[in-house]
Design a protein around this ligand. Structure first.
Ligand code: ATP
Ligand code: MG
Length: 420
């Protein structure tokens, strides 16, 4: 039987991998520009971390985790998100001693979801976390950095949707009002929401079911229930976002999926992505560190989905830079020319000129035709005549011209022209 890639995962092939590198390079550049340093954590962790960190009532913990027992019977889980893992590492390595701790990550995450466009079982995120500061100023920095990332990628038509989920003081009253409201509509809700109503009523608000959406339009909203401190935090954040020139819309229906959020939550959405329209989600999670057994640490962060970012960039016609192609292709005309060709190839590579050799004995015309649609600039053709005359016959692929050069000029020819 043929073995294929597992459902919900995909290979990133060479025609696309340069796009990933392009995005990851920009992600790193932006993260560094905003003062964040890279952290790399394992792709699997003790299951307990996610149960306690993300919360039992979330879709992630209830349905989406890849959990397995290792050979000693310990329960492990492929990381479904980065925030709990980063916080685990910050606590374990005492990174919080320097305040704020500003970290970023890029890597794969795993959720057992129904695969569809923009929703995979292995997907990738770029995320930032700022730990140790309670001020809305750092929330603003986080949101500003996410917007700068997408703008640098050429994505202009994106919207920041902002909300506050309050804190342990004001949220319970809101939760009560919300449950009361939805209870009066219980029969009209989808089966998932009927369940959510008792375990995580906030999530009913962002159910994708059109019926539930309609009902939620009239539901009470958290911003009407904020305590004075939460209200002040939310107002200051909005002022600071304006200072940074970040456009945003307050959307009282953004609730996010994870239990650990407090106060600020936001999503960055595009109207060009269809159902899976969120390319980035984030917020403040002041309760997480304690939840996983650490000291109390205020924190805020975001995670951006790379697959959805690529898909949006493609739809918007954004540039991904260029796929790296060799500048020079060396073509030995037969086996007896390979040694001479190899010595030229070796010199080019030592001089940091990207170069390759064509081994396939194809028709030269065919080779030139293929090369003419690539970025390769020179074909060095080596036959018996070239070897006996100590020269190289150079095809200038862009200018459709041909010149002979002494073999001693193999490197210089490219370097000098490259500097023209
Ligand atoms: P959604 O509401 O679309 O399920 P989420 O709230 O579960 O998103 P987060 O946990 O906030 O998503 O993850 C941040 C970002 O990661 C999302 O905005 C999205 O771009 C991306 N993402 C999340 N889950 C997936 C997935 N299964 N496949 C591809 N990308 C994903
Ligand atoms: Mg989800």
């Amino acid at each position: 039987m043929k073995i294929n890639v597992p459902r919900g995962t995909c290979d990133v092939l060479p025609v696309d991998s340069y796009k990933w590198n392009y995005i990851e390079n920009i992600a790193r550049e932006i993260a560094n520009r905003f003062g964040f340093r890279e952290i790399r954590t394992p792709v699997f962790e003790h299951t307990e971390l996610f149960i306690r960190g993300i919360g039992n009532s979330t879709d992630i913990v209830r349905k989406e985790m890849y959990t397995f027992d290792d050979k000693k019977g310990r329960s492990m889980t492929l990381r479904p998100e980065g925030t709990a893992t980063v916080m685990r590492s910050v606590l374990e390595n005492n990174l919080y001693l320097s305040v704020p701790t500003k970290l970023f990550y890029i890597g794969p995450f795993f959720r057992y979801e129904r695969p569809q466009e923009g929703r995979y079982r292995q997907f990738h995120q770029f995320g930032l976390e700022a730990i140790g500061i309670d001020s809305p100023a750092i929330d603003a920095e986080i949101i500003h950095s996410a917007c700068t990332f997408f703008e640098t990628l050429g994505l202009k038509e994106i919207v920041v949707q902002l909300n506050s989920l309050g804190c342990s003081e004001c949220r319970p009253k809101y939760r009560e009002a919300l449950v009361e409201f939805f209870e009066s509509h219980r029969e009209e809700l989808c089966s998932d929401c009927k369940e959510r109503l008792s375990i995580n009523p906030l999530r009913v608000i962002d159910c994708k079911n059109p019926n539930c959406k309609q009902i939620a339009l009239n539901a009470p909203v958290m911003i009407d229930f904020l305590c004075d401190e939460c209200k002040a935090h939310f107002e200051k954040l909005q002022k600071l976002l304006s200072v940074y020139g970040v456009d945003f819309k307050v959307n009282p229906r953004i609730v996010r999926g994870l239990d650990y959020y407090t106060r600020t939550v936001f999503e960055i959405v595009s109207n060009q992505l269809g159902a899976q329209d969120a390319i980035c989600g984030g917020g403040r999670y002041n309760g997480l560190a304690e939840e996983i057994g650490g000291k109390s640490l205020p924190a805020v962060g975001f995670a951006a989905g790379i697959e959805r970012t690529i898909s949006l960039m493609t739809k918007c016609g954004c540039s991904f830079g260029k796929e790296p192609t060799p500048k020079v292709i060396v073509i030995p005309l037969d086996d007896s020319c390979e040694e001479y060709s190899a010595s030229i190839l070796g010199k080019l590579r030592s001089a940091k000129i990207s170069s390759d050799m064509i081994y396939a004995k194809k028709n030269l015309k065919k080779i030139f035709k293929e090369l003419s649609s690539s970025e390769t600039e020179y074909a060095y053709v080596i036959g018996a005549d070239e070897i006996s005359a100590n020269k190289i016959s150079v095809k200038l692929l862009k200018e459709k011209n041909q010149v002979d050069i002494p073999v001693s000029d193999a490197v210089n020819f490219v370097s000098v022209r490259g500097n023209c």
